[in-house]
Structures are given as C-alpha cells and as structure tokens.
Write a protein that binds this ligand. Structure first.
Ligand code: CMP
Length: 137
C-alpha cells in the first residue's frame, strides 16, 4: 500500500464538485485514510508549493490556492501515487485524457481541480504538511 496527498482545490470546492470527485476516488478503489477542509493563507500555500517558488506562476498559484476552502486528503492504494496521478490526468486539462478528473472538472492549467504528490519524498512532505501521525493510525 502507498499513500499520497490529494487536494480538491478551491475552484472545484466553489463549484460544488467535492462529492463527485470523492465518488470517483472511491470507485477507483482508494481508501481515504484522512480528510479535512482547510482555508490556506497565502503563506500556507507558499510553504506547500515551495518547490515551485522560482516559477513564473508561483504568485498566481498561491493566490488561487488561498482564495477559498480546499479539501485535503490522504489516499491509500497499491501504487497510490501513480494511480492518483492517472485518475487526475495531465496538469493542463486541454491535454488531459478523456475520463480523467481534470478533463472533466478543471477550468485551466492553474485552476485544475485537484492536486497529487508526484513522488514518495514529496508525498511524505505533503502528508506531513497537513496531517499528524495520530490522524493516520
Ligand atoms: P499541481 O499539480 O497542484 O502542481 C503545481 C500547480 O501549479 C499545478 O497543479 C497548477 O495548478 C499550477 N501550474 C502548473 N503549471 C502552470 C502554468 N504553466 N501556469 C499556471 N499554473 C500552473
């Protein structure tokens, strides 16, 4: 079993897509090991996306991520990191495969509905950013 950090981003929460996205997560066979609604400050978003701080979209991304509530979750499945990224689809919904969450729900490359960790080390950092060990027993 492998855990990954998933976020339903503020664009999708504002459009009341939480239930649909969680339904797709469960249909795909993930276990939701932890889940919480958060209102990120600009600083919280900057800390979470620190690896992207030199990117031209960093200021806009962190404004967006702190613009409204988001849902953070720890998902678990065999090969969970890759499996969640496959369910989300490509970062840019314009090139995401049919049947993926971003194809179906994302508005743009930035307002792209969901986030997922990209590797085991980032999953460990991102899970620890939102959840304590006691939340994951
Ligand atoms: P996510 O998977 O959360 O990882 C980083 C985020 O930055 C990404 O989803 C998008 O929301 C955003 N992002 C990535 N590339 C771009 C881009 N070229 N322009 C704007 N936002 C981007």
């Amino acid at each position: 079993m492998e855990r990954t950090l998933a976020i339903i981003k503020p664009d999708a929460v504002a459009r009341r897509l939480v239930g649909k996205i969680i339904g797709r997560i469960e249909e795909a066979g993930f276990r939701i090991r932890a889940m919480r609604r958060v209102n990120l400050s600009k600083g919280d978003a900057e800390g979470f996306y620190a690896v992207h701080r030199e990117r031209p979209f960093f200021a806009s991304l962190t404004d967006f991520m702190s613009s409204g509530p988001a849902i953070v979750m720890v998902l678990e499945a065999p090969d969970g990191i890759k499996k969640w990224r496959a369910l989300m689809g490509a970062t840019d919904p314009a090139v995401a495969d049919a049947g993926t969450l971003r194809k179906d729900f994302a508005e743009s490359i930035e307002r792209n509905a969901t986030h997922g960790s990209d590797a085991p080390d980032t999953a460990a950092y991102e899970i620890g950013y939102f959840f304590a060990g006691i939340d994951l027993t």
